[in-house]
Write a protein that binds this ligand. Structure first.
Ligand code: C2E
Ligand code: CA
Ligand code: CA
Ligand code: CA
Length: 275
């Protein structure tokens, strides 16, 4: 009996601790967004598999917390989404990434993640237009990555918004393809410019005929629909070579580079303007 009560107490203590942690994360994030400090953008290159040429970078948010050090997206994106702060955060990342990308060599593209909430909260199209205008980045160099989650609640409203975004010249990418429930249906109803095969399939490829069959099918499907195909989470040269054999055109992953501050790529990939 006593044991049972002890367990209950530990359980509630743990919940209480998590609740407090979440609340302080939210408060600190709100401060960071108000100050305009602490939110940083790291970049991970995308390469053409055939040539190894870098064709662009995905912007990934990082949070330099005053006491906790560098906080990763998994520890603040969910909090930002639950609290609605993701809209301000997403806007910050988009603006700063466009300002960076405007200095890159012209063929290089920028890919930015957009949360489902940004489609229902705030003026997404206006935010994109202003980010392009203020940075001078050409719309055709910007890609927005969305996950299927965005299409579930209000599919028609979202599709209309996505078409307005494409009308600006911006490309729309379906991220984490294969992890949702109705990926195929979405491909039929919306003309994505590009599809990213989820990392889980790439990880499982070596040693799983089923994973290979799925990757192969996605590549075939994407090509038939005139979409670009990216494999994400490529970690080994075995995976890279297999993707080349399967006809996948683009790759991203630790094998090529981890996400880094943009300075890291100055010189080797980017023009160094001495900034
Ligand atoms: P994602 O959009 O699928 O981004 C890819 C994630 O996989 C990144 O994690 C990246 O660092 C990681 N990754 C890349 N290559 C490899 C690899 O070879 N192996 C492994 N194990 N991982 C790899 P990160 O930066 O921690 O971001 C996690 C997620 O957080 C992102 O997944 C995205 O959903 C979200 N996120 C990040 N930045 C933003 C943002 O600015 N806005 C929104 N809405 N979401 C963001
Ligand atoms: Ca992404
Ligand atoms: Ca992804
Ligand atoms: Ca993912």
């Amino acid at each position: 009996k006593d044991d049972g009560r002890g367990c209950w107490c530990i359980y509630t203590d743990e919940l209480d601790r998590r609740f407090k942690h979440r609340r302080s994360t939210e408060a600190d994030l709100r401060d960071a967004l108000a100050d305009g400090t602490g939110i940083e953008v790291y970049y991970q290159p995308l390469v053409v598999i055939q040539s190894g040429e870098v064709i662009g970078f995905e912007a990934l948010a990082r949070w330099r917390h005053p006491t906790r050090g560098m906080v990763m997206p998994q520890d603040f994106i969910p909090v930002a989404e639950a609290s609605g702060l993701i809209t301000a955060l997403g806007e910050r990342v988009l603006r700063n990434a466009c300002l960076d990308a405007a200095h890159w060599d012209p063929p290089l593209r920028l890919s930015v993640n957009v949360s489902p909430l940004q489609f229902v909260q705030g003026d997404l199209v206006g935010v994109i237009e202003r980010a392009l205008e203020d940075s001078g980045l050409d719309a055709t160099r910007l890609e927005l990555e969305i996950t299927e989650g965005v299409l579930i609640d209000d599919a028609n409203g979202t599709l209309a918004l996505l078409k307005r975004i494409q009308a600006l010249g911006v490309k729309v990418v379906l991220d984490d393809f294969g992890t949702g429930f109705s990926s195929l249906g979405y491909l039929r109803h919306f003309p994505f410019d590009k599809v990213k095969i989820d990392r889980s399939f790439i990880t499982d490829m070596i040693g799983s005929c089923e994973a290979i069959a799925i990757v192969k099918a996605v590549i075939f499907l994407g090509k038939s629909l005139g979409m670009e195909i990216v494999a994400e989470g490529v970690e080994t040269s075995g995976q890279f070579d297999l993707l080349l054999d399967l006809g996948c055109t683009q790759a991203q992953g630790y094998l090529i580079s981890r996400p880094m501050p943009i300075q890291h790529f100055k010189g080797p990939i980017l023009r160094d303007e001495g900034t």
